[in-house]
Design a protein around this ligand. Structure first.
Ligand SMILES: Cc1cc2nc3c(=O)[nH]c(=O)nc-3n(C[C@H](O)[C@H](O)[C@H](O)COP(=O)(O)OP(=O)(O)OC[C@H]3O[C@@H](n4cnc5c(N)ncnc54)[C@H](O)[C@@H]3O)c2cc1C
Length: 375
């Protein structure tokens, strides 16, 4: 079967054996917490995929990365979501390293060499909260910075080696700015509490991480240019670009696993296009933006294209999962939870920031010539 062939070949060339390891396990086992998929990803060297080659990583291009993410999503939805958060944090570090102090490069090398997993805590469990306006605070106390607050849901909460968390910190002029703190998971004052109450995507370990008077070195806190207006700076535009593409590819992979089951059902010889065209077309849009990341400016216009590809994928997933479940039929529905699980998990793309409804006003404003705001 040639479906997903390119994506699986790309995954195999960077993480040999991972696809086979995941394919051997039942979906229900991979999707429960704790999931064996997270250790398998770590053992295969997954943490270093986006770390540049000069920092001992695999240095994947955006195009290679989205193909890998789709292949992972087609085997283990929870792993694809969880590792999207990891790669997003790594991509942020790579960006910060371009004008940082040098500590970012050392951290990247440690991520690749020691196979460290990074969690990414931006959300704080409140509907309607802007992702660029965190409530968690970072306060200077002498030589140290103290963090207080809570992040939820936070994928990889139970397997992380480092937490990257968005915080609000005052700059030298007393203005509140968005900053990103890097905190070792073993730091005193970090506690993980149950938060995720849905069996769908439970393997991503998206629980709550509570920080109480957690001390960090000031070198581990990167202050961005984002203030209360929520206009992303170049670091955040880069982060969102990577995030939207990896996330969309991951969830397209989940829907593709359902398509694959339809294409491979016994005696199937019907027209494959109602199952294929939606997800493959949406993936081509993701790939087009990933290719553009190689030779176009990483600005508002490219981010809008990434968001367009993502929202188009949401529509494609809704339609594809509907026709695939119908094609698999009632006996498949009764006989195994896998089809309905994949359909429900694939819809998860809708719930990540920034949601389509939240971007309605900012997109209108951007079309009318104003800077792009997120949510
Ligand atoms: C599987 C999974 C894993 C996750 N892992 C992480 C993680 O590791 N780290 C992390 O930081 N976050 C994570 N998240 C959380 C995610 O980042 C979101 O913050 C969270 O799901 C948003 O919840 P919400 O939809 O209730 O809130 P909102 O995004 O606020 O939206 C709620 C609803 O209200 C609508 N709405 C809200 N505001 C407006 C507005 N201004 N105008 C119009 N409509 C509006 C939205 O469209 C939506 O329909 C994860 C989410 C999922 C599903």
């Amino acid at each position: 079967m040639n479906f997903l062939h390119l994506e699986r070949a790309t995954l195999d060339s960077f993480l040999p054996g991972l696809d086979e390891t995941l394919a051997r396990r039942p979906l229900t086992e991979l999707e429960s917490a704790p999931s064996p998929a997270i250790d398998a990803f770590r053992e295969a060297g997954g943490p270093g995929l986006l770390v540049p080659a000069q920092n001992a990583g695999s240095g994947l291009t955006p195009l290679q990365a989205v193909r890998v993410q789709r292949a992972v999503g087609a085997r283990c939805p929870s792993l694809a979501v969880a590792t999207t958060m990891h790669h997003f944090s790594v991509a942020g570090l790579v960006e910060a390293a371009k004008y940082g102090t040098g500590v970012e490069g050392l951290l990247l090398e440690a991520v690749a060499t020691d196979r460290l997993l990074l969690a990414s805590g931006f959300a704080e469990g409140r509907t309607g909260q802007n992702i660029l306006r965190p409530h968690i605070t970072a306060e200077r106390r002498g030589e140290r910075i103290l963090l207080n607050g809570s992040k939820m849901p936070c994928s990889l909460s139970r397997s992380m080696d480092l937490l990257t968390a968005s915080v609000t910190m005052k700059d030298d002029d007393g203005v509140d700015r968005l900053a990103v703190a890097l905190v070792p998971a073993e730091s005193p004052g970090i506690e993980v509490r149950p938060f995720w109450r849905n069996p769908i995507l439970a393997g991503a370990e998206s629980d709550e991480v509570v920080l109480t008077d957690v001390e960090v070195d000031p070198e581990m806190v990167v202050l961005t240019d984002v203030t209360a207006d929520a206009v992303p700076d170049s670091l955040n535009v880069a982060g969102f670009l990577w995030f939207e593409l990896l996330l969309t590819a991951a969830y397209l992979g989940v829907a593709s696993a359902l398509v694959e089951r339809v294409l491979e059902r016994p005696g199937a010889a019907d027209d494959p296009t109602p199952y294929l065209v939606g997800v493959d077309g949406a993936m081509l849009a993701v790939e087009a933006v990933a290719r553009a990341m190689d030779d176009e400016e990483w600005g508002d216009a490219l981010l809008v294209r990434a968001l367009t590809a993502r929202y188009a994928a949401q529509d494609a997933i809704a339609e594809t999962t509907r026709v695939c479940l119908a094609a698999l039929g009632g006996m498949a529905f009764i006989g195994s939870p896998d089809g309905s699980y994949l359909a429900a998990a694939a819809v998860g793309l809708t719930f990540h920031p920034p949601s389509r409804a939240r971007m309605a006003r900012p997109l209108r404003d951007w079309l009318d010539g104003r800077p792009l705001r997120i949510g």
